[in-house]
Design a protein around this ligand. Structure first.
Ligand code: GTR
Length: 325
């Protein structure tokens, strides 16, 4: 008898024995767009470690960072189809697949992260999580996406007039595309990984992001003119596919949820430190920050976008609840 004929049945028996001892291991794949050391990556790693511990090693989660498994819209589909099990998504690209969370990307909706988390950690957060679950994504934790601002390669931006006519890279997400059009600029939707080249090669004049991503991507090295608008403050989410979730037992669900909640708190803490660090690094390297003096002209430009959300009773209620509280 050769190795080849014995190995399969032996493996089967070993796995069955392990399962009987509660030792069967399930390997899970988690998608992440950011590099090592970034708050999202570190929080995901800590999540993976905690799940491993809490389930006595039965679940082994591997975090694939730097978008090595594909860009964000692709990963959203991969999670739905079960090709990957977990992911950390920005609410921008995620909302194209789940219209029930679109309102979260509206410009000037949240005044700061504390305002955002007051809602996400409360009733509205539960509602958005339910909408996500119905679409195949179970939220394990809301992460911080920070405040996004514009930055350009060639000229200082002092007003909306300076942005008009520019080609601005946006996330692959409808709300962002509409927002840039309303500023009389041209939106260019590109995957995150392609933005540095696009800025360098002049395919786009500007991009927009939060400070930690502005720094971690090296965008600051080519686009030094930052127009600090914080036009979108929106969340990100650590999610697991409902395909996997539905297979988990009660105790394992609790272990995943607890690890997710803890990782969110860690992420938010790391985030604040990283914002400060990114500001320091980019300033020292020559980035020029011009703070918008008055956001009202920009808010007024967004009228048609708000109009759409006010026309729908559900999003109208969400929008009004958020701005009133
Ligand atoms: C980052 C966000 C990423 C991605 C990126 C982008 O702030 O964390 O998930 O959405 O922005 O602009 O593509």
């Amino acid at each position: 008898m050769t190795m080849r004929t014995t190995i399969k049945p032996l493996l089967g028996v070993l796995l069955a024995v392990c399962a009987g001892m509660g030792l069967a291991q399930t390997k899970l794949r988690a998608w992440n767009i950011h590099p090592d050391g970034y708050p999202v990556t570190e929080a995901m790693k800590s999540f993976a470690e905690q799940v491993g511990k809490a389930t006595q090693g039965r679940y082994q989660i591997e975090v694939f960072s730097n978008a090595t498994l594909g860009d964000q819209p692709k990963a959203v589909q991969m999670l739905k189809s079960g090709e990957i099990d977990l992911a950390e998504f920005s609410s921008g690209p995620l909302s194209d697949a789940v219209p029930g969370i679109k309102v979260l990307n509206l410009p000037f909706l949240f005044t700061d992260s504390a305002h955002m988390f007051r809602h996400l950690d409360g009733k509205l957060g539960d509602r958005f999580a339910a909408n996500l679950k119905a679409a195949g994504f179970v939220v394990l934790g809301w992460y911080d996406g920070g405040g996004r601002s514009f930055y350009c390669t060639n000229k200082p931006i002092n007003s909306l007039r300076d942005l008009a006519g520019s080609k601005i890279r946006v996330q692959q997400s409808e709300v962002y595309i509409e927002m840039v059009k309303l500023l009389d600029a041209t939106p260019v939707a590109l995957p995150f990984k392609e933005v540095l080249d696009a800025l360098q090669q002049g395919k786009v004049d500007c991009a927009e992001n939060n400070l930690p991503s502005y720094e971690s991507t090296g965008h600051y090295k080519v686009a030094r003119n930052v127009y600090v608008t914080n036009h979108v403050i929106s969340p990100e989410a650590l999610v697991v596919s409902t395909k996997l979730w539905d297979k988990l037992g009660k105790e394992d669900k609790a272990a995943f949820s607890e690890a997710g909640a803890k990782s969110a708190l860690l992420m938010r803490e790391l985030w604040n430190k990283r914002v400060a660090l990114a500001l320091d690094v980019t300033t020292k390297q020559g980035s020029q920050f011009v703070k918008v003096r008055d956001v009202s002209p920009m808010v007024r430009r967004m009228g048609p976008l708000y109009g759409k959300y006010m026309a729908d009773p559900t999003t109208r209620e969400e929008l009004l609840t958020i701005i009133a509280n």
